[in-house]
Write a new protein. Sequence first.
Lengths: 414, 110
Amino acid sequence: MKRYSAFAVAREGLRYHTGWERAWRSPAPKRHYDVIIVGAGGHGLATAYYLGKNFGITNVAVIEKGWLGGGNTGRNTTIIRSNYLQDPSAAIYEKSRSLYETLSQDFNYNIMFSPRGVIMLAQTEHEVRGYKRTAHANALQGVPTEWISPARVKELVPIINLEGPRYPVLGGLWQERGGTARHDAVAWGYARACSDMGMDIIQQCEVTNVRTENGRVVGVDTSKGAIDCDKLGMVVAGNCSVLSEMAGFRLPVESVALQALVSEPIKPCMDVVVMANTVHGYMSQSDKGEMVIGGGTDGYNNYTQRGSFHHIEETVRALVETFPMVSRLKMLRQWGGIVDVTGDRSPLISKTPVQNCFVNAGWGTGGFKAIPGSGWAMAELMATGHSPLAEEFSMTRFREGKFIDESVAAGVAH
Amino acid sequence: MLILECPYCGVKAEETELHGGGEAHLKRFGPGSSDDEFHDYLFMKENPRGVHLERWRHVNGCGKWFHAARCTQTLEVFATYSAQTTEPPQEVKDKISAKRPGWTWREFEG
């Protein structure tokens, strides 16, 4: 793989850009791999990447039904933060956030990580208490966050209206090291690095069956033929129930639609990420100038990647009160993704009832920020059978009542 | 936009009038059940890509609960039917089978 650099840009500029290589290969599947990862989204590619980088396992295929990064990885609002209440969540999300900091250098690929800071607005007395508690918890977890006053919120976000009649701003939970990154570039960067390690990324290849023998996984049948494997990782977000059904077990998740939208591009007006959980809305400004807005999930099971219009209306209605200038904006695009939601709104990184078959799912409405940490933990679990980061996220936690209950702190935006 | 016909008041309600109530025909397990039964009842919901039987409430209307048979892949609604039943009536099963031959749902099938 040729490295990207200022010198490479100059060199290619002098020869009509004829020397650029494809960022990753598109090989036909081999008959057998040590590890197959199903799902070439951020989490799947990150799992493959850390299998190779941390454990030297490179005979790996990443199989993808559509195109890589075309699911929720390309549909989210790119927010990165780690200000979670529960210790296991804070640990994995903080690991993830810290990996994001050097990802561009690790990849030699610019993922445009922008640690611009994230504010979670407190707009009810309950939220004030909740976020103060989270700030204290974060202090103990070693995650730098602080509780800030309305005046400080106004200083950070001049376009905000603090005195909303329905949703006054009573303060906020501020994580200075949070931010955003270019979501496609995260997937592309991982894909390029995986391909460079000799891994096969096989797109347009749908898994139609998971083959097991004596309770252990031996391979998958796909639209490009049967492929054998020693270990299988299922990392398919919204479709994880469909895949687990093929392997003969059930996951504690439900799939629902989550939507986002962007406005027309405008001049820079807000250089932090603002989340308002009471009203189910969060907003940041992209480098192109679009206001990127995320909303709430729909209230029924859905696999269509289309959401209900009235949820968009609710989100925008609330944002208009908090950010009056938004009312003059035209919205350009709106889209939906299918998120896999668990009972306690925390993910599953887990062994399964089928031997050598592992699952990474249930990230629900907040998976993007977790991509590096999730891949790190999943790779460790698949390679060694044990991961300290993933330990609490086992799918058996529901049976034991050991919930990692983040739905109390953030039912939606997390 | 999802439109369901309330089987009680006959109104064709769009989804802002309705509230989803999750999986239908749940078998409830409580004290005296095994750990597996209780766990599965609480957490292991049906999550098919296809035929889904579910509960809805006509919140901003007659206020009554009812059942709907719907496809999660196309958002097609096969039928709505009374809440006073522990399984879909035969005519509802027939309507689903006409569109999705070979469908299954826990212990029910077309």
